[in-house]
Design a protein. Structure first.
Ligand code: ZN
Length: 753
């Protein structure tokens, strides 16, 4: 019995496996089944979806990148924007990639700007070399980019067609005999086993090229209804190729031979098919990637079997099925991984083709239009730098080490797991990344020197080279500590100059690989501690290891400045969290004051905004003004302050914003400005009562323990509020909030800033 049971199970199991095979077979059949269509059907598609059908390699590549990378976000939609925006490149470089590549903001912008040029039809006759130091991840970048390109061409959005000849031998012979007045052959009694021979265009010609150039525009005008598209097709440079390109020599000679034999073009077009281009890097179809060590022949390629069929069917030897290896990537991607060894020769060989777009294969001319890309280490530029005629053919795109600290952190997270963020006090992990990035930046920045006229006013929280400022700019951030005046001076030119200079950075300093190993070294020391990782721990780590060669690039004093900047921000957070204001009361104060400005002292008026009765006295004014000016200021300053506000209230707030624009008083800019300054002043002084207060410190220490209840009511309330706000506003855990508050108090930061 046991064996029988086993045998049933065995068969059931086998049945399941068989089902599985059927399933995978049908899946594969659908996905691998190449799409062929007749020229007729193809033209129908072309008129139906011209934007998809009429694409060359550059347009296709452009669409691919934009398919994976959504439109960028501009956080600062101010009028000085230079389009230095935040792109999410994770679909392109991270998702489903064996090795993810992380593009920081400067590089992502550079890449997207380059890609947008692809769409403009000005990209021919160039090779794009991505230049970066070892360890910048450039080969991962190119591998992922090409992998996604291949994937894209298998999606409905990524279809692109090439010419495929299908010669129905019987039909061909039949018509041909008729045209020539010869008797037909009875095929029924012949043993022909290749009745249809397929001749693919080895150059991947777009099928539309078979419509003779002289008639093509008229033909397309009739074919396509979409007027808007036709406008672009006939006038935009990107579509120039549709009107101007010609078929390859093979397609040309097949066409001409067929036409001669069959008499009329319509019979020829019946033998033209459009086939979906099947890009395949592994087999070098449409995408070829050459490594420096790859040997390869540049001998002309041919296909003997096919050539024999061709000769037999056409009964002559006019059609030479011969092409170069470059034909494989015509209208495709030709990539050189590193300009070294054999790739140096390859690059030199490309010179002529890139310049002229044409070369000879035996006696025949072959036109080549490919997306030529490559990777290069800075020291390998010497191979081509001195070739003058190559200069304007090579477009260098810098792909340096990461310069955006947010991206650097993402790389740590990718490597060590999401948990690491919970082990650090807020902003501390980012500071680790900033130290690494400081080694990659140029110390001097002319643009920043021109921009910040009074650098000394920031000396308490920025390094003297303003690298911390530059780093913020690279992440797309305008730091809050910048004075209003300097924010105004951050104009388009300044932004262009700073961002532009980033192309020369990240070629030296701590590499991506080194950075990961330094981080791992640091993290392993603290990962198991209950305490959160603090700024002090980072400082200690770098000080202890200051002798390490890779740390020699950290600018002198940078870590101290970073610590100061950290302290300054921590203080702001604590102040912001401990102070609280009664919005209603502040609002009333401002409205009453503004209203009272219109009346003589010594009167009592009812405020139209609040309904309060106000005794208008010098004392009343003074109380309000001291919030802005302090209690010890002179009468002259106070009167000037008062007169300025009165005049603004009368001429702008009341005359324009309230009467003309119909705003409420609390929507006017004068009100908003006063409100903002009122709360800022409250905040500035919020921590003052607790600076040297042992009771407060003790209550903080007690927080979360039973002892906490024994503290004074008011202090308990303030500590609770502090912890809660630090949590809600700045993402601290209760433990972290306690730690950062003690940091601010123990380092006496209130006095420092
Ligand atoms: Zn062709």
């Amino acid at each position: 019995m046991a064996t029988k049971k086993k045998s049933i199970e065995h068969w059931e199991e086998k049945g399941k496996k068989l089902e599985l095979l059927y399933w995978i077979s049908s899946e594969l059949y659908v996905s691998e089944h190449k799409k062929h269509e007749t020229f007729d059907d193809f033209l129908f598609q072309a008129s139906d979806r011209p934007e998809i059908i009429f694409r060359d390699i550059f347009q296709l590549f452009h669409d691919m990148v934009n398919y994976y990378v959504p439109k960028g976000k501009d956080e600062y939609m101010d009028k000085e924007t230079i389009g230095f925006v935040s792109y999410d490149t994770s679909q392109l470089f991270v998702k489903d990639c064996d090795n993810p590549f992380f593009a920081d903001r400067p590089f992502a912008n550079r890449l997207m700007n380059l890609i947008s040029k692809f769409k403009k039809g000005i990209q021919n006759n160039q090779i794009y070399l991505f230049e970066g130091p070892p360890g910048s991840g450039k080969s991962t970048f190119l591998n992922n980019l090409l992998m996604k390109f291949e994937e894209y061409t298998k999606t409905p959005e990524g279809e692109i067609y090439e010419t495929l000849w299908k010669i129905d031998v019987e039909k061909f012979d039949l018509i041909r005999r008729k045209v020539k007045g010869l008797p037909p052959i009875d095929y029924e009694h012949q043993n022909t086993n290749n009745r249809v021979i397929e001749i693919p265009c080895p150059n991947h010609d777009h099928p539309i090229l078979l419509i003779h150039r002289a008639y093509r525009q008229r033909f397309l005008d009739e074919l396509i209804d979409d007027k808007k598209f036709k406008q672009k097709l006939f006038h935009d440079k990107e579509y120039n190729w549709v009107l101007k390109d010609t078929p390859c020599s093979i397609c040309n000679s097949i066409y001409n031979t067929l036409l001669e034999e069959l008499g009329v073009p319509v019979e020829v077009f019946k033998m033209v098919h459009a086939r979906r281009v099947d890009f395949n890097r592994q087999f070098g179809r449409g995408i070829s990637v050459f490594n420096p060590g790859d040997e390869g022949s540049t001998k002309p390629q041919s296909n003997y079997t096919l050539q024999n069929y061709i000769n037999e069917v056409f009964q002559n030897e006019n059609i030479k099925y011969i092409y170069s290896t470059l034909a494989d990537t015509n209208n495709g991607v030709y990539a050189l991984m590193d300009i070294k060894e054999h790739n140096v020769d390859r690059l030199m060989d490309l010179h002529g083709i890139i310049s002229d777009g044409i070369h000879k294969v035996d006696l025949v001319e072959e036109r080549i239009k490919s997306l030529f890309v490559g990777l290069v280490n800075p020291e390998d530029k010497r191979y081509y730098e001195n070739v003058k005629s190559f200069q304007d053919r090579i477009i260098n795109i810098s792909i340096p080490y990461i310069l955006d600290y947010n991206t650097e952190v993402v790389i740590y997270i990718n490597k060590f797991g999401e948990d690491i963020t919970e082990k650090f006090l807020p902003r501390v992990l980012t500071n680790f990344a900033k130290i690494i990035i400081s080694t990659r930046l140029n110390r001097e920045s002319e643009a920043i020197r021109k921009w910040i006229i009074h650098p000394e006013k920031y000396s308490k929280y920025v390094d003297r080279n303003f690298l911390l400022l530059k780093m913020d700019v690279y992440t797309g951030k305008i730091p809050e500590w910048l004075s209003e005046e300097d924010v105004k001076r951050f104009d388009r030119q300044t932004r262009k100059d700073i961002v532009g200079a980033s192309e020369t950075e990240g070629l030296k300093g701590i590499s991506g690989r080194q950075s990961l190993s330094i981080f791992s070294n640091f993290y392993s020391r603290h990962a198991n501690s209950d305490k959160l990782i603090t700024m002090d721990m980072i400082k200690d780590f770098f000080e202890e290891n200051a002798g390490e060669p890779e740390f020699s690039e950290i600018p002198d004093g940078f870590i101290n400045s970073l610590e100061s900047s950290y302290g300054f921000n921590a203080l702001q957070e604590v102040k912001e969290s401990i102070y609280y204001y009664n919005e209603k009361q502040i609002s009333k104060d401002i409205m009453n004051y503004l209203y009272a400005l219109n009346f003589e002292k010594g009167t009592t008026e009812r405020c139209v905004y609040t309904g309060d009765n106000i005794d208008i006295t010098e004392e009343f004014y003074k109380n309000f003004e001291s919030i802005y000016l302090g209690t010890t200021t002179t009468d002259t300053i106070r009167h000037n302050f008062r007169n300025d506000l009165r005049s603004e209230y009368v001429t702008k707030t009341l005359a324009q914003e309230i009467r003309v624009l119909n705003k409420n008083i609390d929507e006017t800019s004068q009100y908003k400005n006063l409100f903002e300054r009122y709360t800022r002043n409250l905040k500035e002084n919020a921590l003052a009562p607790y600076t040297d207060n042992d009771n407060f410190r003790r209550a903080l220490m007690d927080f979360g323990t039973d002892n906490f209840e024994n503290n004074e009511e008011r202090i308990k309330r303030d500590v609770k509020q502090l912890i809660t706000n630090l949590h809600c506003k700045f993402n601290y855990t209760a433990e972290g909030a306690k730690q950062v508050s003690l940091y601010v108090i123990d380092k006496k930061l209130v006095r420092k800033y």
